[in-house]
Ligand binder design. Structure first.
Ligand code: BGC
Length: 381
């Protein structure tokens, strides 16, 4: 019989989403309007179905949820605020609070309003000014409902895909532009940090860092330094948001691994190593994303259990982990990296979504019920 693994009192349990991936109907950002990538279209129609989706999350024992605000909805043109869209997010967040959720709100999850992209995007220092105005507006209109602020999602992934690999907007391949984008993203984060605190001095502000586990070697240490020190030493943070998926085995490694549908290796010890590495920054850690693409739901329950066992081990070794948000609540639009990819082939959801008929009810996967037990028991038993 397995020993009980209780998590600390008040531990947050839930799932994460991002606006463009789930809402549907977003038409004024750089992804929707790019001719090189298949757009998200109606996605999960979560824009209209958020109540139903959050009620399911509540039934599944979640007490926290992470979502993102779509900048292009609330500021479709520079300096023009769409009050109706702000109202919409007001209702969304109010609903979460009424239902007892702690809220994590991301301001930038890979997408930019078209006017920002056309103005030079993140290589233009003006974008930091625009982002600051946006952060101030969100603080004024929605701040009362926001427990945790996630300014920017995975700066490293965003810069890598958009400015080095050229597979996401703005499809650049330039070290110099990548460097500029980093500088501006960090500045934008630090300014937003200050602005949010000027409205809510006790606000908890951080960003979501994408951190894989790199097993060994000089290059791996360099990558760790880059993914952690380079980011955290240049930014002010009240917590660390950790998005963790990936594991790079040692070269020549023969360990037999299981893989997710998208080819990512499944290796729970990876999250333990990353959490132990993060201890030195002396900040509370929230796992803002961790999950698996598994259309037939054969691996998800074990994935969650095993990654959480590793998180529990990290806690025992002194990592100050305070929450876990599974990616994702719903099957959703996955950022394509290849031509002709639709964005709907990989299924990360605790809840299955029918993308053909957006009126059909959601289907709760068996693994979601396993996770629900963990959330309700505040641990594994
Ligand atoms: C992103 C999510 C994405 C997930 C799986 C993360 O890097 O933040 O938006 O869905 O990876 O690909």
């Amino acid at each position: 019989m397995e020993t009980k693994r209780k998590f600390p009192k008040g531990f947050l349990w839930g799932a994460a989403t991002s606006a463009y991936q789930v809402e549907g109907g977003i038409s004024k950002n750089d992804w929707a309007l790019s001719l090189q990538i298949s757009p998200a279209g109606q996605a999960c129609d979560h824009h209209h179905r958020f109540r139903e989706d959050f009620l399911l999350a509540r039934k599944l024992g979640h007490n926290a949820h992470r979502l993102s605000i779509e900048w292009s909805r609330v500021e479709p043109r520079e300096g023009e605020w769409d009050e109706e869209e702000l109202h919409h997010y007001f209702h969304v967040l109010e609903y979460l609070k009424e239902n007892g959720f702690a809220t994590f709100v991301t301001l930038h999850h890979f997408t930019n309003p078209l006017w920002v992209a056309r103005g030079g995007g993140w290589t233009n220092a003006n974008t930091t000014r625009h982002f600051a105005a946006y952060a101030a507006k969100i603080a004024q209109s929605l701040g009362q409902f926001i427990d945790f602020w996630v300014t920017i999602n995975e700066p490293n992934v965003y810069v890598n895909k958009g400015f080095l690999q050229a597979v996401w907007p703005p499809f650049k391949q330039s070290l110099w532009q990548a460097y500029r984008a980093y500088q501006n993203l960090f500045r934008a984060h630090n300014q937003a940090y200050q602005i949010i605190h000027s409205y809510y001095p006790k606000a908890k502000v951080g960003f979501a860092a994408g951190i894989p586990y790199n097993e060994e070697g000089i290059l791996s240490r360099l990558a760790d330094w880059f993914n952690m020190d380079f980011h955290f030493k240049r930014t002010r943070n009240d917590f660390i948001g950790l998005n963790h998926y990936f594991y790079n085995p040692r070269r020549g490694q023969r360990r037999k691994l299981e893989y997710a549908d998208n080819g990512w290796p499944i290796y729970p010890k990876a999250i333990l190593e990353v959490l132990l590495n993060l201890k030195k920054f002396n900040l509370p850690i929230y796992i803002t994303e961790n999950g698996v693409a598994d259309a037939v739901d054969a691996k998800r329950a074990d994935y969650i259990r095993n990654y959480l066992r590793a998180v529990h081990q990290a806690l025992k070794h002194g990592a100050d982990v305070r929450g876990y948000l599974y990616w994702s609540l719903l099957d959703n639009y996955e950022w394509p990296t290849k031509k002709w990819q639709t964005g709907y082939e990989y299924k990360f959801g605790l809840i299955e979504v029918d993308f053909e008929d957006s009126k059909l009810p959601r289907k709760v996967r068996a693994s979601a019920k396993v996770y629900a037990q963990i959330c309700k028991n505040n641990g594994l038993s």
